[in-house]
Structure formats: C-alpha cells, structure tokens
Design a protein around this ligand. Structure first.
Ligand code: COA
Length: 416
C-alpha cells in the first residue's frame, strides 16, 4: 500500500525531542526522512538515559523510528558540499538548533532558497523571531513556564508545576508537522517553498488558550466560578492554579478509590457534569439529592462541591478504580481510572489499536514505543526501528551520486 507522503524527501537536522517528534510523524506516513547527525556522537539522546550499555537510549529510539541516519560533519567543506547537494534534492529541511546555529554553519534561509527555491524550511526555536527572549536556548520545562502552563498547573498552596506531558517538546513538533504539511499543500499550488517556524512558547500557549480565556473573565468579574477557590477563598488578579478541577465548566476531581492509602494511583477522575447529576445520585445511592433544592442545580451545589466529593469518595472506598469505572460507565458518567505507565504498557486495547507498539531493535532486542496516535482507514502505520548512527550514510551518499572511492575518502577525512 503506498503511503501518503511517499516521494517527499526530508532533511532531518533535528535533535533531542521537539524536532525529532515532528520528523518521526512524517516518516511514519511515508516521507523519506534522512537524519543528519554529527559523526562519532550523533543526536545527544542516543546517549542520554541509556539502560543497555552501547545501545541507543530509548530517548532516541522512541523519537526516531522509520528514519535513515546520515553522519555528516557540516563544519567541514566536504560536509557542507554533501549538505548542499542534499538541499538541492530535498523538499523539506527541519531543524531545531539553538538560535543562529544554521546561519553560522553557512546555511541561512536566504542561502537555502538560492539553492532550492522550492524548499520548505521548518524550524523550532524556544521563542519566536523578534521576541525579546529570542536568543535563549530552551528545553521542555522552560517552555512550559514561558507558555503559561506552569503558573496554571498544580495546587494553589504549592509552587508552579510542570506537566509530565511534553507540552514544550513533542507538542511543538506536532504543530511544526501541521505547518510543514500546510506549506506542502501551498507548494503544490505555487511551486514555491517557504519558511515555517514554531516557537515552543507559542505551542504551549496554544494549549493554554482556555487559561487566557479565564484571565479575561477574571479581569471582568473578579472571580472564576468553576475554580475550587470559589466561593470560599478570594481571588488575586491572575488565573490561579486549580488543582484537579475540571476547568471547563464541568466540575470534577481526582477521587480516592479502594487502596489509595498504599497505591498512589488508586484514583479515578470523576466528572460531576450538570446533566449527569441524576445518574450520579443513583449510582452513589443518594437518590434523595435528585430533587433536593439544596443540591438539584449546579449553582446550588457550587459551595458544597468538596462535601459532595467526600461523599463520592465514601462510595468509592470499597471499589478499585477499575470496578468503579465499570459501574459508573453504566450511568453514562464521564470518568476514567488514573492509569500508570505500567498499566498503559500492558493495556490490551492500546496494543490492539497500534498505539502501544513493540519494535524489534538490533541492540535492544525490542522496545515499546507509542505508535501513531492518528488512525487512518486507508493506511496501516508500520513502526520500524530507529536507525543506528550512520547506518545509511553510504546509501544516501551513493544516491547523491558519490562514487565508492569518494565515499571512502569522505570517511577517511572524517567528514561523514
Ligand atoms: N556537524 C557539525 N556541527 C554540528 C552538526 C553537525 N552534523 N550538528 C550540529 N552541529 C553544531 C551546530 O552547528 C552548533 O554549532 P555552533 O553553536 O558552534 O554554531 C552546535 O552543534 C550546537 O547546536 P545547538 O543546537 O545550539 O546545541 P546545544 O546542545 O547547545 O543546545 C538546545 C541544545 C536544544 C538547547 C538548542 O538546540 C535549542 O535551543 N534549540 C531550539 C529549541 C529546541 O528545540 N529545544 C529542545 C526541544 S527538545
């Protein structure tokens, strides 16, 4: 079966997570992604957090599947010559170097356009061009703080908190992938390439849109009804951290289930949605609340929310998180168990859908990864192992027209 991006050649000049997550997605869907890495060391994540001696770390293997690896020292003239040829023959160049690194290497956007006017050059930076922090190097948690996620995550009596989800890294990579596909569509109409840029701050903020909504409501009203601070505590002039509140007008909370005293993840998320009030009362055996004026409307329940949560936790106290969800699903109550990574790794449904995939690897034996979260009716996404460092160097060079003898010379000169 042909894959949608077959025939698109991508120079993958990315490292760590944000850029590699983007190019991995495009490789899954058929693009020929050539990862350009420094000879001898390669992407820093090959070495980071290794758990098997001399084998690429999972940090690398889980973000670079379905790619080819070309080693190239782009600070040598030979390396620059190879990159120049590659640029002339490719459709997209993706990079997430520190600010100015590509210019210093001699491959500014202007130069790239001269070499290939059809090129789409896609970049991730910490902050957008012209931003007063544009010179900063940025990693995940830095972006979460700059993008508004940290100040609005956690509990009101604790410090700003970062999320375990890679809002700064992989999320930015996903935004960049959308940008690249959009630019490819445009190129189909005009024949011209363009520069596509996503900053990590912007990508985080895009996911914190609802918090900017809340800031404006707070400015206008002085309070936010759906936050746990309402109505018992005062609000300052900034959106507070809301703990595990629903946040979108559907009150909810992470609630203790049987065994929570020993198991830190014996919890479910339980949504006390307005229209589900009657089924909730029936499910927890408090039918008398259904028509009680003190409880029957969302407004009446507002100041008793934590008493209601305590009541529900009493009902949950003899049920595991899985038993509780199995009961509540019959009442159409939006809820889910708080799943651990171990439970997710072993989840049969996730394996069946191809979201959790076991990949063979020459040095690791096999490893688990997250497969395509996007499912297609006309394409099965095959997840292939990540390449070893320089595994495809000779193959790519010969495709570029280099003779076997010249390739040997490039190796001897340590340019590749
Ligand atoms: N051959 C020769 N040199 C190479 C090379 C290659 N194949 N690949 C990279 N380099 C060089 C670069 O030219 C650069 O050299 P220079 O600074 O002397 O000009 C150097 O390697 C380092 O690049 P840099 O990207 O600045 O690496 P770093 O380790 O100092 O910083 C980051 C890492 C992630 C902080 C930084 O790249 C960054 O801020 N990127 C943008 C935001 C981002 O993507 N963050 C990470 C999200 S996971």
């Amino acid at each position: 079966m042909s894959r949608p991006l077959e025939g698109i050649k991508i120079i993958d000049f990315t490292h760590v997570q944000a850029g590699p997550a983007c190019t991995q997605l495009l490789a899954w869907y058929g693009a020929d992604v050539i990862k350009v890495e420094r000879p001898g060391s390669g992407d820093v994540t090959r070495n980071q957090l290794r758990h098997v001696k001399d084998a690429d770390a999972l940090y690398f293997t889980m973000l670079n599947s379905n790619k080819r690896s070309l080693t190239l020292d782009t600070k040598t003239q030979d390396g620059k010559d190879v990159l120049t040829k590659l640029i002339k023959e490719s459709d997209v160049l993706v990079e997430n170097f520190g600010p100015g690194a590509l210019d210093r290497m001699g491959f500014s956007w202007e130069r790239i356009q001269e070499l290939n006017p059809g090129m789409i050059m896609a970049s991730v930076k910490g902050f957008s061009d012209g931003h007063h922090y544009e010179d900063l190097k940025v990693y995940e948690n830095v972006a979460q703080c700059a993008g508004g996620a940290a100040s609005t995550t956690g509990f009101w009596d604790g410090p700003p908190t970062v999320s375990g989800a890679a809002l700064g890294d992989s999320n930015t990579g996903m935004h960049l992938a959308i940008g690249i596909l959009t630019a490819l569509m445009q190129k189909g109409k005009t024949g011209k390439g363009q520069k596509v840029a996503v900053s990590m701050q912007d990508a985080v903020l895009n996911l914190c849109r609802v918090k900017l909504r809340d800031q404006q409501r707070l400015d206008a009203l002085g309070y936010l009804e759906e936050y746990p601070q309402y109505p018992h505590h005062s609000f300052s002039d900034v959106v507070p951290r809301g703990g595990n509140a629903g946040g979108g007008g559907q009150p909810g909370w992470v609630m203790k289930c049987h065994g929570w005293e020993h198991d830190p993840n014996a919890y479910i998320y339980f949504t006390i949605q307005g229209h589900a009030w009657e089924p909730i009362c029936r499910a927890i055996g408090r039918e008398e609340w259904i028509n009680d004026p003190a409880y029957m409307t969302a407004a009446a329940r507002q100041d008793k929310l934590f008493d209601i949560i305590t009541e529900i936790e009493g009902w949950l106290s003899d049920k595991t998180k899985f038993e509780a969800v199995d009961i509540l699903r019959k009442y159409d109550i939006p809820c889910a168990p708080v799943l651990t990574m171990k439970e997710i790794a072993e989840d049969e449904s996730l394996r069946k859908s191809g979201t959790i995939v076991e990949v063979p690897h020459p040095k690791l034996g096999k490893y688990l990864t997250v497969g395509s979260p996007i499912k297609f009716s006309d394409m099965k996404v095959d997840i292939k192992p990540s390449p070893l460092l320089g595994e495809h160097t000779d193959e790519v060079l010969s495709e570029l027209g280099y003779s076997a003898e010249k390739i040997k010379e490039l190796h001897a000169a340590k340019a590749v």
